[in-house]
Design a binder for this molecule. Structure first.
Ligand code: HEC
Length: 159
């Protein structure tokens, strides 16, 4: 199912997936484990993120996703701040560099360029004006169309 069908894509993938068993991250990973996940939950357990976890608890899929709903994720757009501040790139390809964006507190722009789990075939822009708007991202997280495009590198297993 490569085409983005909004809500349907989410529901269709999960019909019959959950049953009456208690849902844990292991349930999700059973179908969504991928070698290219840029933010797998185990990374958030690293000691250097201990303080960040107090702000945003990211060691469980269920901290951001619910099962049995059409919502893709219920994260705010600026949660990356807890984990990525300070942020300085040795060689910054952006027209307005990351340090400047962060000084302007533009944390919401992160998801405008980066696909959190990195599973879409998507070119990260180098021009900040090309970042997706907060509205488009909120809509996507709710269940709207994907601004990152429709082609995924891996699809979840079908039940
Ligand atoms: C039985 C397999 C299965 C299980 C278990 C499962 N999923 Fe899925 N999921 C799918 C399939 C199939 C799709 C649709 C194809 C795709 O987007 O990879 C999907 C789609 C999704 C999407 C939408 C992806 C997108 O780009 O629109 C999200 C978010 C998601 N799953 C999260 C979860 C979470 C969180 C859990 C655990 C609570 C979970 N899934 C458990 C199979 C599963």
């Amino acid at each position: 199912m490569a085409a983005d069908t909004g809500q349907l894509a989410i529901c269709a993938g999960h019909v019959g997936a959950f049953g009456y068993q208690p849902i844990t991250s292991a349930t999700c990973i059973g179908c969504h484990d991928r070698p290219n996940d840029r933010h797998p939950i185990y990374r958030f357990r690293e000691a250097r993120f201990r303080d960040a976890l107090d702000v945003v608890e990211a060691t469980s899929c269920l901290g951001f996703h619910t099962e049995h709903t059409d919502e893709r994720a219920f994260a705010t757009l600026d949660f990356c701040q807890a984990y990525h501040e300070p942020l300085k790139l040795n060689s910054d390809p952006l027209d307005i560099d990351h340090v400047t964006l962060i000084k302007a507190n533009a944390w919401e722009s992160g998801l405008g360029c980066h696909d959190f789990h990195g599973n879409h075939v998507h070119r990260v822009p180098t021009v900040v004006a090309e970042a997706f708007s907060a509205d488009a991202l909120h809509d996507y997280l709710k269940s709207g169309p994907s601004p990152y495009g429709t082609t995924k590198q891996y699809e979840g297993k079908t039940p």
